[in-house]
Design a protein around this ligand. Structure first.
Ligand SMILES: [Zn+2]
Length: 456
C-alpha cells in the first residue's frame, strides 16, 4: 500500500533521469514507475520538478556538545534539512571528543531529540587509541574513524587542539603515520573507513609564519603538506588493507598523490568541498575571513583540477566540512579568526549549479548522495531513489533561483562563503524516510532524525 506518492517528476534514479512516480510506504520507496495509481495516498505534485535522493553530508561539525554558541544539533540539522541534506555524519572533535564507545553513545542520546535529519557519528583516532577502543567504537555504531594529523589533544579537556606545546604534560601529541601503522590491522579487520585530515605537520611547522595576508596562509599551509600526508597514509593503508578516505581535498598536487596511490592499489576515496570547487585565492578580497578554512582555498588551477576530477568520477564525494563559529569570532583580525565556515545548507544547491554548468545534472546526486552512501556503509538503504531504499527525497524546482544571504542561514554563523551567490535552483520539499521535513522551502514538524550505523 502506497501512503505517499510523489507524482510526475523527473526522477534521478541510479540509471539517470526518468519521468516517473515514486511510491512510498512506511518510509521506504516501494516502486518507481510511471502512470501507477494509488488510492488513499498523499499525493505530491512534482510535475516540472526534479526528484532526487537526499544528500548525505559526510563531513559536518555540529559543535555539540562543546560549543553551543557556534552550533548545536538543532541548528545544524535545520540548516541541513532546508538544503536537502537528509543525513549528516558528524566529526568527533566535539567536547568531550568521541574517542570511546561511551562518549559516542552519550553524544547519540544528546543528538537524537534535536535531530531534524538522520545522523551518523565518526569516532576519533588519537595517538594513544587502542585496538580495543576502536573495536568498541565500531560496535557502538561509529561510521569510521578520523585522524587529525597534526592536531594535538588535551587529555584534561578531552579536546582536539591546534598543534600545541609538546612539553605540557596535559598535551598528547598528534596521531602520526606510526599511530596509523600500529592501528591499521584493527582498522582493516573492522572494515570501517579511516578519514584523514591530510596536512603533514612537519611541513606545516616548517612553513609556519605570521599570518598577515592571504598569501601568508597559502605559504604556511602549502599543497606539499597535503600530498605528503596522502602518500604516507596511503602507503600504510595499502599494506594493511585499510579503507582510506581523504577529507576536504584542496590541491592539484594532493589529487596527483591520491591518484598515484589509487593506481598502486590503495582503497582510497576522495572528498572535496564546494568551497574548493567554486572559489580561489582571488575571492579572499571579497569574502574575507568567511574564506579562512584549513586546508586553504588555493589557486584557480587547483580549483579547476578538482572540478575536472569530480566531473570524471575520480572524486566521488562532495561534502561541506561545515564548521561554524560565531560571527564575532570570524570578525577578528585575519591571524586570530578561527578557521572554518558553515556550508551544509548550500551543499545541494552549489552542486546542482556546478553539475548544470558541466552539462550533467546527475553528477550532483552522485557527489552528494551515492558516493557518500558507499563511504558510510549505507549503500543498501540510502543514496538512491530505488525500491527498498529509505524515502529520503528532495524535490528540486528548476524554475526557481535561490539568492544566498545571511538572514536565510539556519546555522549560528550566518556569514558564509556563498553570501550573495544566486543559485539557479530551489529546494522545495524534503522528505526524511517518507515524512515531510521541509515544505515550500520551510522546515516543518518535530525532530525525527535517527542515528544511522554502517550496514554489515
Ligand atoms: Zn572538518
Amino acid at each position: 500500500m502506497t501512503d505517499l506518492l510523489i507524482k510526475g517528476g523527473s526522477v534521478y534514479g541510479p540509471d539517470g533521469p526518468l519521468d516517473a512516480d515514486v511510491h512510498i510506504s512506511d518510509g521506504v520507496i516501494t516502486r518507481v514507475e510511471s502512470g501507477g495509481a494509488a488510492t488513499g495516498a498523499t499525493v505530491i505534485d512534482a510535475r516540472g520538478m526534479y526528484v532526487m535522493p537526499g544528500a548525505i553530508d559526510v563531513h559536518v561539525h555540529s559543535r555539540d556538545p562543546g560549543f553551543p554558541e557556534k552550533e548545536d544539533f538543532g541548528t545544524l540539522t535545520a540548516a541541513a534539512a532546508i538544503g536537502g541534506v537528509t543525513t549528516v555524519l558528524d566529526m568527533p572533535n566535539t567536547v568531550p571528543a568521541v574517542d570511546a564507545a561511551g562518549v559516542l553513545e552519550a553524544k547519540a542520546a544528546l543528538a537524537r531529540p534535536k535531530a531534524r535529519v538522520d545522523f551518523g557519528l565518526w569516532g576519533l583516532l588519537r595517538s594513544s587509541s587502542s585496538e580495543d577502543q576502536l573495536e568498541a567504537l565500531g560496535a557502538a555504531g561509529a561510521v569510521g574513524f578520523k585522524a587529525y594529523l597534526g592536531y594535538s589533544f588535551s587529555t584534561s579537556r578531552k579536546q582536539v587542539l591546534q598543534l600545541a606545546d609538546a612539553d605540557d604534560p596535559d598535551i598528547e601529541p598528534p596521531p602520526d603515520y606510526g599511530t596509523l601503522a600500529r592501528l591499521a590491522p584493527a582498522l582493516a579487520r573492522l572494515g570501517l573507513p579511516l578519514v584523514i585530515h591530510a596536512e603533514d605537520p612537519a611541513i606545516v611547522s616548517a612553513f609556519s609564519r605570521p599570518l598577515e595576508t592571504y598569501s601568508d596562509l597559502l605559504e604556511a599551509r602549502p599543497a606539499e603538506a597535503e600530498s605528503v600526508a596522502i602518500s604516507a597514509a596511503a602507503a600504510v593503508a595499502r599494506e594493511c588493507g585499510v579503507k582510506l578516505h581523504v577529507a576536504h581535498l584542496s590541491s592539484a598536487q594532493g589529487l596527483r598523490a591520491a591518484q598515484d596511490a589509487m593506481r598502486a592499489g590503495t582503497q582510497l576515496t576522495l572528498e572535496t568541498c564546494p568551497q574548493y570547487l567554486w572559489l580561489s585565492d582571488q575571492d579572499f578580497e571579497r569574502l574575507g575571513n568567511s574564506m579562512k578554512v584549513f586546508p586553504p582555498v588555493r589557486t584557480a588551477a587547483d580549483r579547476d583540477a578538482l572540478v575536472e576530477a569530480a566531473a570524471t568520477g575520480v572524486i566521488r564525494i562532495v561534502a561541506t566540512d561545515h564548521a561554524p563559529h560565531t560571527d564575532e569570532e570570524k570578525a577578528r583580525p585575519f591571524a586570530l579568526a578561527p578557521s572554518g565556515s558553515p556550508g551544509v545548507q548550500q551543499l545541494y544547491l552549489s552542486c546542482l549549479a556546478l553539475a548544470s554548468r558541466l552539462g550533467d545534472l546527475s553528477l550532483a546526486p552522485r557527489w552528494v548522495s551515492e558516493g557518500p552512501a558507499a563511504l558510510a556503509g549505507l549503500q543498501q538503504t540510502k543514496g538512491a531513489i530505488a525500491p527498498g531504499f529509505d524515502a529520503d527525497v528532495v524535490v528540486v524546482d528548476p524554475n526557481q533561483t535561490t539568492l544566498i544571504r545571511p538572514a536565510m542561514m539556519r546555522s549560528r554563523q550566518r556569514r558564509g562563503v556563498f553570501d550573495g551567490m544566486d543559485f539557479r535552483f530551489g529546494i522545495r520539499e524534503v522528505f526524511l524516510r517518507g515524512r515531510a521535513v521541509v515544505r515550500d522551502g520551510k522546515v516543518i514538524g518535530r525532530p525525527s532524525g535517527r542515528m544511522v550505523r554502517p550496514e554489515r
